[in-house]
Ligand binder design. Structure first.
Ligand code: NDP
Ligand code: MG
Length: 333
């Protein structure tokens, strides 16, 4: 691999000694990261809405100062924007911009706000990213078990001359240098690759592939439960094989019939048109068209379309069948 992978010995938690780590937001990433930093001996301040759900949760978890976002931003030597991407710009304008200390580090777990210039930080701060490649709860779980998930770091602005060391230290505080942490060239690389992956493959493409496969079997008269097992449930088992040992390992574990059928039929499913679609998805990310649409959905439409789409996706036959199937896997004792 031509990309350097950083491990524990490449990162020094000492660069965060005496520094206050202000974690703004206490959701999926905020909570997982704050708790890991706390347990790594760092001085954590949680900045959240007063008396909101997160406020109470952070107080309950303990071992960290809990305060409002403006106060946390003012005290933080590292200020971490662990809030939903769509609300980051207004939180930054209202609570962070005028409070940020000169020489502090402004940190992100995803590059959207910086790449699309929705947040333009002052010149006298570091701007860094430390993006664990995992959902928050799995991240925390791995840390508690004494390991960590891989992470990606990036530096957008290096005012202190120590921006990369700070990002690496944060990764170490999460256990991410145990697994391995890699640096991308800039925020753009993370933002655009992340958006592309979630839109075309792991969230968008896969959910559609599963649903259309399921619908096709049901249309032929197969019981929905059978269709669900084949088109949805087994995907996880196959992906686990791919993650563990790559495509050859996955194919080897499958029957010869599955190997031959899969390798000769897959081009009927993902066609040249689908590949053109992927390019189109990428082009809309690159040109800023997706950003523009997503900002309008938040600012003008108040996420109405998103909520309607989510609602429709929870009422499909695939989903009502899924509820039944998942119940079979719940332990009754
Ligand atoms: P969440 O949706 O989990 O964040 C919820 C937090 O934001 C809560 O503390 C909530 O506070 C607060 N919040 C929400 N709306 C507001 C508001 N209007 N005003 C003030 N506070 C608000 O975010 P994620 O953890 O999913 O995402 C954070 C960042 O991490 C994003 O940049 C995302 O792209 C990135 N990321 C996320 C991953 C994930 O696992 N989800 C994976 C990798 C990166 P309250 O309880 O008061 O409502
Ligand atoms: Mg992603």
């Amino acid at each position: 691999m031509d990309m350097k992978i950083y491990h524990d010995e490449d990162a020094d938690l000492g660069v965060l000694k005496g520094k206050k780590i202000a974690v703004l937001g206490y959701g999926a990433q905020g909570r997982a990261q704050a708790l890991c930093f706390r347990d790594s001996g760092l001085d954590v301040i949680v900045g959240v809405r007063e008396n909101g759900a997160s406020w109470n949760k952070a107080k309950e978890d303990g071992g960290m100062k809990v305060t409002t976002m403006d106060k946390a931003a003012a005290e933080g030597d590292v200020v971490m924007m662990l809030l939903p991407d769509e609300i980051q710009p207004e939180i930054y304008d209202k609570y962070v911009k005028d409070n940020l200390k000169s020489g502090a580090a402004l940190e992100f777990a995803h590059g959207f706000s910086i790449t699309y210039k929705l947040i333009v930080p002052p010149k006298d701060v570091d701007v860094i990213m430390m993006a664990p490649k995992s959902p928050g709860d799995a991240e925390r779980q791995q840390f508690v078990e004494g390991f960590g998930v891989p992470a990606l770091i990036a530096v957008h602005q290096d005012y202190s001359g120590k921006a990369k060391d700070i990002a690496l230290a944060l990764a170490k505080g999460m256990g991410c240098t145990r697994a391995g942490t890699f640096a991308v060239d800039n925020f753009d690389q993370e933002t655009k690759s992340d958006l592309f992956g979630e839109q075309s493959i792991e969230c968008g493409g896969l959910s559609k592939l599963i649903e259309e496969g399921f619908n096709t079997l049901v249309k032929q008269g197969f019981p929905p439960i059978v269709a669900y097992f084949e088109c949805c449930h087994e995907c996880k088992l196959i992906i686990d094989l791919v993650v563990k040992g790559g495509m050859p390992y996955m194919w080897n574990v499958c029957s010869n019939t599955a190997k031959y059928g899969g390798l000769t039929r897959r081009d009927l499913i993902i066609t040249d048109e689908s590949v053109k679609g992927m390019q189109k998805v990428y082009d809309m990310i690159e040109s800023g068209e997706f950003k523009k649409e997503w900002r309008a959905e938040y600012e003008q439409n108040h996420l109405a379309k998103l909520h309607a789409l989510m609602d429709a996706d929870s009422k499909t036959l695939l989903e009502t069948t899924g509820k039944e199937v998942r119940a079979l896997f719940e332990r009754k004792n």
